[in-house]
Unconditional design. Structure first.
Length: 245
């Protein structure tokens, strides 16, 4: 894998972009704030690999619908870390049931996934001259993953900056938001056009289902990711979409 050197360091951002609801909102958030935004996706052997196609569709539709962002959206990077997925097996990377394990965590938890993602992202950002690492981690409406907590990310930010002699900032715009508030943030950033893109093109379902288009998007409507997404949508709509936005 060859990654071309970037222009001199700037205040640009690298968005950890899976193609899901949260990372799509984070991408829009970054495009509103930074002059140069690049994206990175990770192939870690996830069973819902359809998200790798969804991310390209979301990027394309953002460029089409928001010309003011198109000039800011830079290169997309895809990193092959399937070896990590084989080591950190979970219901996302192996044929296992989605359930709560003996530690009280869902079997969809991939141990250390966000730590690995951000370490790779920091190495890429160092090469590309980007300071902000933007991720959709959230500790309000989430599945209980310990690597989504802000204290975990604060510790990792310190470690990355010490280990790379940089001044990275891990930005988590959704950290304190409910899923309903995340829908509202999408509406405030890009109006109904952005909401439509997220509903139609982003992918969250752990089972990779793209057959049925629900009000809140594609998915099986039964896995934890679909449950959170649907509950957030219903809460947002129930409270009045424009009032929340």
């Amino acid at each position: 894998m060859s990654i071309a050197p970037a222009s001199p360091p700037s205040q640009g951002a690298l968005v950890l972009f899976s193609g899901g609801q949260d990372s799509s909102v984070c991408l829009a958030w970054a495009l509103e704030r930074y002059e140069r935004v690049e994206t990175v996706g990770f192939d870690y052997g996830q069973r819902h690999s359809v998200e790798m196609q969804a991310r390209q569709q979301v990027r394309a539709r953002l460029i089409e619908a928001f010309p003011q962002w198109a000039s800011r959206l830079g290169e997309d990077h895809v990193l092959d870390i399937r070896g990590f997925g084989e080591v950190a097996q979970s219901a996302l990377t192996a044929e296992r049931e989605i359930e709560i394990n003996e530690r009280g965590l869902p079997t969809t938890f991939v141990p250390g996934r966000n730590l690995v993602f951000l370490t790779y992202a920091a190495a890429l950002a160092d090469r590309r001259g980007l300071r902000a690492l933007v991720g959709g981690m959230c500790e309000t409406d989430f599945s209980g993953y310990p690597d989504c907590r802000r204290d975990t990310l604060d510790a990792l930010q310190t470690t990355l900056n010490l280990g790379m002699d940089r001044d990275f900032s891990i930005e988590t715009p959704l950290m304190r938001l409910t899923k309903a508030e995340t829908w509202a943030l999408a509406k405030s950033l890009g109006g109904e056009d952005l909401v439509r893109i997220i509903v139609e093109d982003s992918h969250t379902c752990y089972r990779g289902e793209r057959g049925v288009l629900h009000d809140w998007g594609h998915g099986c409507a039964a896995c934890p990711a679909c449950d959170l997404r649907a509950m957030g949508w219903n809460a947002w709509v129930g409270d009045g979409r424009r009032a929340l936005a």
